[in-house]
Design a protein around this ligand. Structure first.
Ligand code: SAH
Ligand code: SF4
Ligand code: F3S
Length: 467
């Protein structure tokens, strides 16, 4: 390979969900061991990795336009005598495999999400003139081999971190590619999760978000010899000194068991925020999506969670324009949103994905109708989000200070409800939790001021109205 520079530099661009964010860090970890330093300037990179998402057509197509730009960079570097290696990772890599290399000659290697432990070997293969495509499913092996490298880099992490505890999906919603791109559900063992959480806490992380495509389907053998669910695991993680805040995402409504719901009452470190995707409010559409619950089951679940934790904030995901969706089905979705009341939600126009059962349905919803429904739904969600944020003005909340704010002398943190909070403060507060009185609502954040001495480890959160 020409242009041997030390250290070599890797640029990683991440698309899609938090799981990809976590995976990108793991790839950087394993490459750090190989002497690669991460750069945020693509033009400096010796290795460009795109960690891709296949969930909707638009997400998948972005990769090809990005590869077009990368090709120009690669050609320019070649003219200067420097080799740039280009890799496609993530869910598009898994779904399309060698098709990517065929469609985009700029690509040197393709690696699916369960094969990142092979990255160093694949790079050596490229060096020898190969063009490897690795899309083997070996989730357990991925987790066994990747975290070991992570120890080297945990120091540089911030105050919050993701920790993948479960991967894959056995639910097979008819619209969704995840069961095909990530494979079957696999839970990581308790001991590995605890070890990794401990390492994060030692490196200064105060808030950990546990990740999984069906995170609440996680289960494992606990250190007491019994089978644990997510609720029990959360209690164990809360014992780790320094881990003040725990979150988890994404949950499936069918897997919210009693122990997990009870943890929202009994575990102060568990933040009162729950992302609980429902997709639709129509029983007919829910059945066609194979969600395996009705709208009414969701309402009952939400009521139970709110009974136990009245201040919990809920968010969700919605799809509009699923094949066969009528005006009445869409009205049922609007009704569900009105009845539940969300602090935030993501909504998408249905996108037919190759290989999924729904892709064979033909009773399409015309695009202008889907667009109109999407904007109606988004307007309602935005109203609810604004009302939720406004309801916190005049209250005081515990805020975890994460980083310097937009203006000098300002600091930015997060409320228990994941709201961004800006206030005057000092960089020395970063990593601490302080009580903040919320004075006003801006376009993207709340503004407030600190009203109490800082606690380093304050596991509790309570909402009290001060006006
Ligand atoms: N495991 C999560 C969802 C992961 S995908 C769950 O079960 O809720 C994130 C979101 O993308 C989904 O909740 C859904 O709203 C959306 N999505 C998935 N496939 C889609 C498709 N084919 N078209 C449009 N939106 C889709
Ligand atoms: Fe996709 Fe459904 Fe699995 Fe979520 S539960 S990842 S939407 S198949
Ligand atoms: Fe996208 Fe794969 Fe995540 S398809 S949403 S990156 S699991």
């Amino acid at each position: 390979m020409t242009g041997i520079r030390e250290p070599k530099r890797v640029f990683i661009k991440t698309y899609g969900c938090q799981m990809n964010v976590y995976d990108s860090d793991r790839m950087a970890d394993s490459l750090a061991v190989e002497g690669y330093q991460q750069t945020d300037r693509v033009e400096d990179a010796d290795l460009v990795l795109l960690n891709t998402c296949h969930i909707r057509e638009k997400a998948a197509e972005k990769v090809y336009s990005e590869l077009g730009r990368v090709r120009l960079l690669k050609e320019e570097a070649a003219r200067a005598g420097r080799r740039v290696v280009v890799g496609v990772a993530g869910c598009v890599a898994q779904a399309e495999g060698s098709e990517i290399a065929r469609r985009a000659p700029v690509v040197d290697l393709v690696v699916g999400p369960q094969s990142y432990q092979h990255l160093p070997a694949l790079l050596r293969d490229v060096e020898r003139g190969g063009r490897p495509v690795e899309t083997e499913f070996a989730i357990a092996e991925k987790f066994e081999r990747l975290p070991a490298a992570a120890a080297a880099r945990t120091r540089s992490r911030g105050v919050t971190a993701f920790l993948t505890i479960q991967e894959g999906c056995d639910k097979f919603c008819t619209f969704c590619v995840v069961p095909y791109t990530r494979g079957a559900e696999v839970s990581r063992p308790v001991s590995r999760i605890v070890e990794e959480a401990q390492r994060l806490a030692e490196a200064g992380v105060r808030e950990v978000t546990l990740l999984g495509q069906n995170v609440n389907a996680w289960h494992g053998l606990g250190d007491d010899g019994s089978e644990w669910g997510l609720g029990r695991l959360l209690f164990r993680l809360a014992e780790i000194p320094g881990l003040d805040r725990l979150r988890y995402t994404t949950s499936h409504p069918r897997d919210m068991d009693d122990a997990l719901i009870a943890a929202h009452r009994d575990l102060p470190a568990l933040m009162p925020y729950l992302h609980l995707p429902v997709q639709s409010g129509s029983d007919r559409i829910l059945a066609a999506m194979n969600r395996r619950h009705r709208a009414d089951d969701y309402f009952r679940l939400v009521d139970r969670i709110r009974d136990i934790r009245p201040d919990i904030a809920l968010s969700s995901d919605f799809i509009v324009g699923f094949p066969g969706e009528t005006d009445a089905d869409f009205e049922a979705t609007m009704h569900l949103v009105e009845r539940v009341g969300y602090c935030a939600a993501y909504s998408f126009k249905y996108s037919a994905r190759p290989g999924t059962p729904a892709a064979g349905l033909t009773d399409f919803v015309a695009d202008p109708i889907a667009s109109e429904r999407l904007s109606g739904l988004q307007a309602l969600i935005l109203d609810q989000q604004t009302a939720f944020n406004r309801s916190k003005v005049g209250t005081s909340m515990d805020v975890l200070f994460e980083r310097a704010g937009r203006q000098p002398g300002q600091i930015m943190g997060r409320s228990p409800y994941l709201q961004a909070v800006q206030l005057d403060g000092d960089a020395s507060w970063i990593g601490k939790i302080g009580r903040v009185s919320i004075a006003s609502l801006g376009s993207n954040s709340l503004f407030g001021e600190r009203i109490e001495a800082l606690a380093r480890h304050r596991p509790s959160v309570s909402l009290e109205v001060t006006t």
